[in-house]
Write a protein that binds this ligand. Structure first.
Ligand SMILES: [Zn+2]
Ligand SMILES: [Zn+2]
Length: 131
């Protein structure tokens, strides 16, 4: 089990989420201590987060290609095997929580609050820089 940490896009650094957090952008330890509420991002104070699967797509595709290569030898069975491996890998990958505004990412969160939903374009638009 990994310890929870926050990859801070503002500092471009990893902050361990226990004890004192050395973030250049928010020195208020209270915010960092309460990160688990996901009421506000400790780094940028935004209040919107989304859930992300950290699935390695390149790895996933590689496995499928291997499956296809072995189709003639295994009469298609290899495809079923790689689909299974793919699915197992996908389920092994822990979710992370990303802040819409600063794109900082929380890893190793054991209990993800129900209010955190997958990426939503409508919310993301709120944080888009006007061009
Ligand atoms: Zn930081
Ligand atoms: Zn943020």
């Amino acid at each position: 089990m990994i310890n929870p940490y926050f990859f801070c896009e503002l500092c471009k650094d990893k902050h361990e989420l226990k004890g004192k957090v050395n973030c250049l952008y928010n020195l208020d330890q209270n915010d960092w201590d309460n990160f688990m509420m996901f009421e506000k991002c400790p780094a940028c104070e935004s209040s919107h987060f989304y859930l992300q699967k950290d699935f390695n797509k390149i790895l996933g595709c590689g496995i499928i290609i291997v499956g296809i290569i072995f189709v003639p030898m295994t009469y298609g069975l290899s495809l079923a095997v790689v689909a299974l491996i793919d699915w197992l890998l996908y389920n092994q990958v822990p979710d992370s929580i990303v802040c819409y505004k600063c794109k900082g990412e929380f890893f190793g969160i054991k209990v993800i609050p129900k209010k955190i939903l997958p990426f939503d374009h409508h919310i993301a638009e709120l944080y888009e820089e006007p061009s």
